[in-house]
Write a protein that binds this ligand. Structure first.
Ligand code: PLP
Length: 464
């Protein structure tokens, strides 16, 4: 394994000054910053002092290849000069303005997004991030249909606010679950760990759709306002839906008058090698929620793309919702610059090519050679490596909803070898920026190859 090398920082930042500032920041963080989703006394967060393209630099000045894109949001890479310049230019021109006023950054961002969404999703409501986009999409669906209940799948994540966390189908919901939020969960398709004992994708599609249809009929079709589905579930495991599944969901929604919300917060804006993940399936939802990649998170931004029918519900009747920063000029100027740069530089196509020619084949090769890899799956620059202690039983290297000493060792080895992965339970996700180069992917695969040998040592043991 390679040892850490102190690297020069990008943009002429002084290494010693950055390290000193990073140490002070760490101290202050531990004294005053309250972190998300964490037991505060058990944290040793990594300090990041600089970032550029596919790399970040830690508090000791070590360079790491960012195979996490942070929270899977820096689709355009770190510090893209065109986006940084657009934010600075907008800051000089107009930092903030109330959402009731027209501003050019917001108008242009809405046009560029609507141009890329499928079908007639031509109106854009801007939010501050993904969770509030989900909140508003559900609110719109409830008001549009006059119904309350919402369907969401197990193995999903929809955000940390009240409705969004209650929609979420992963253990982060458990301590936040009201039990009366009006959400009904169902099992979606996931052949590797099929809830339907399916032998192949065709069966998985058929059985998952039958299950959903039956659940709706048993619960009362007229009680459902919406179904929310990540087009490709992200944090929950990057399970690309089998052929026909999303089209079948669309049919079910049409049959029962249910609004189809595609949650593209993580999968959207190039991550899967298309502007939206749903574009792979030739399906048009009624609402799309987006955030993250829309401006790579340089300034917080999310939103809902709305079709004409739902938008018309609020033509003469006020939409009862809003945010002080809806369509914030700095955030929407960053979105305009991001979308334009992604278009001009062929960044979405790059994600598709890297996935098909380098990252996908490279991960499949690792799966063939490492007995700890149960499955690799994904699209574009959106891949999961499922780690197991037994390829036959598929017993995970860490239990569902938890971690294990073995997983922690593998993740720590990745980091100390210069790779920052995205990890969840027994999975490592390889989710670099859409701008990642072939040689950067090969560098990441080499580090993964070495660290997976550590995971191989746990094959045949009991973990967790
Ligand atoms: N929806 C999906 C699919 C997500 O992956 C996330 C965040 O990871 C969210 C919603 C919530 O977004 P945010 O963290 O910006 O509120």
């Amino acid at each position: 394994m390679t040892a850490f090398v102190r690297n020069r920082l990008p943009n002429d930042l002084d290494l010693d000054t950055a390290i000193e500032e990073g140490r002070r920041a760490y101290q202050l963080d531990r004294e005053h910053v309250f972190h998300s989703w964490s037991a505060q006394a058990h944290l040793t967060p990594m300090t990041i002092v600089a970032a550029s393209g596919s790399y970040v630099w830690d508090g000791d000045g070590n360079r790491l290849l960012d195979f996490s894109s942070q929270m899977v949001n820096t689709n355009i890479g770190h510090q893209h000069p065109k986006v940084v310049a657009a934010i600075a230019e907008q800051a000089n021109k107009l930092c903030t303005i109330a959402p009731a006023h027209v501003n050019d950054a917001r108008s242009e961002a809405a046009r560029l997004i609507a141009e890329r969404t499928p079908g007639d999703l031509n109106k854009i409501f801007f939010t501050n991030g993904g969770a509030d986009a989900v909140e508003h999409a559900v609110r719109m669906a409830r008001l549009h249909t006059g119904r309350h209940k919402v369907l969401a799948r197990y193995r999903s994540y929809h955000g940390g606010t009240d409705t969004a966390i209650n929609l979420t189908g992963d253990p982060r919901r458990w301590p936040n679950d009201y039990g009366n939020s009006g959400v009904v969960h169902f099992s979606g398709p996931f052949l590797y760990r099929s809830a339907f004992h399916s032998a192949d994708e065709t069966q998985e599609t058929e059985r998952a759709l039958d299950h959903l249809d039956q659940l709706i009929r048993l619960e009362g079709p007229d009680s459902f306002a919406a179904i929310i589905l990540e087009s490709v579930p992200g944090t929950a495991g990057i399970m690309v839906p089998p052929p026909g599944y999303l089209a079948g969901v669309r049919e079910i929604c049409d049959r029962y008058g249910i609004v189809y919300i595609a949650d593209e917060v993580m999968a959207g804006f190039g991550r899967t090698g298309k502007w939206f993940a749903i574009d792979h399936f030739d399906v048009t939802p009624d609402l799309i929620t987006f955030a993250k990649g829309v401006n790579s998170g340089y300034v917080p931004l999310g939103g809902v793309a709305i079709n004409e029918k739902i938008a018309a519900t609020f033509a003469d009747r006020p939409y009862p919702g809003g945010l002080t920063y809806s369509g914030h000029p700095l955030a929407t100027a960053a979105a305009v610059a991001t979308i334009n740069a992604m278009t001009e530089e062929g960044i979405v196509d790059n994600a598709a090519r890297i996935g098909a020619e380098v990252l996908g084949p490279g991960l499949r090769d690792l799966a063939r050679r490492h007995p700890s890899v149960g499955e690799v799956r994904g699209l574009g620059v959106f891949w999961a490596i499922e780690l197991v202690v037994d390829q036959q039983t598929r017993e995970p290297l860490a239990p569902y909803g938890s971690s294990s000493a073995a997983m922690n060792e593998v993740i720590a080895a990745c980091k100390s070898s210069g790779l920052l992965p995205f990890a969840n339970f027994n999975r490592i996700h390889a989710v670099p920026p859409c701008t990642v180069t072939e040689s950067e992917v090969r560098e990441g695969l080499k580090i993964l190859d070495a660290t997976l040998s550590l995971a191989d040592r746990y094959v045949g043991t009991t973990v967790g």
